[in-house]
Design a protein. Structure first.
Length: 140
């Protein structure tokens, strides 16, 4: 029985994709385009071309390391930029994670309802990047 279900599931996916129409859509600055490929016209298979999400409001780095008091570099500049955008922190984007950046981080964490520890780890990065790039920022 298991082999039969696996075979049916394997056949269903290509069949559903083969019937997909060509579509073009745009949402904000994010673009996803599906178009009919020239060499696939006979097979009626769309080619999917996808660009990554919207352009980031802060453009110092894509790196998201753990940050804390004493950290420095482009990732700190990115976090400072995000804090400025998300909560209007008014930080100098100097790449130095000092006491002022730590206090802004704590204020952001409290506003976002996440763990308040003054450090920027995975959860804080996630909330920061989302809030900073969201329409209507600053929020707190």
């Amino acid at each position: 029985m298991r082999r039969v279900l696996t075979a049916v599931a394997a056949l269903a996916l290509p069949l559903s994709l083969a019937a997909a129409p060509a579509v073009a859509s745009s949402q904000g600055t994010s673009t996803a385009v599906v178009k009919q490929a020239q060499n696939a016209d006979k097979l009626n298979r769309p080619t999917v071309l996808v660009t990554q999400g919207p352009r980031d409001i802060c453009d110092f780095t894509d790196s998201r390391p753990g940050l804390r008091l004493g950290s420095s570099g482009a990732a700190v500049q990115q976090a400072q930029c995000y804090l400025n955008q998300a909560i209007g922190a008014g930080l100098d984007e100097d790449g130095d994670f000092g006491r002022v950046t730590q206090a802004a981080t704590r204020a952001f964490q409290q506003c976002a309802g996440i763990v308040v520890d003054g450090r920027i780890g995975a959860q804080t990065w996630s909330f920061l990047s989302f809030w900073a790039n969201a329409p209507g920022a600053p929020f707190c």
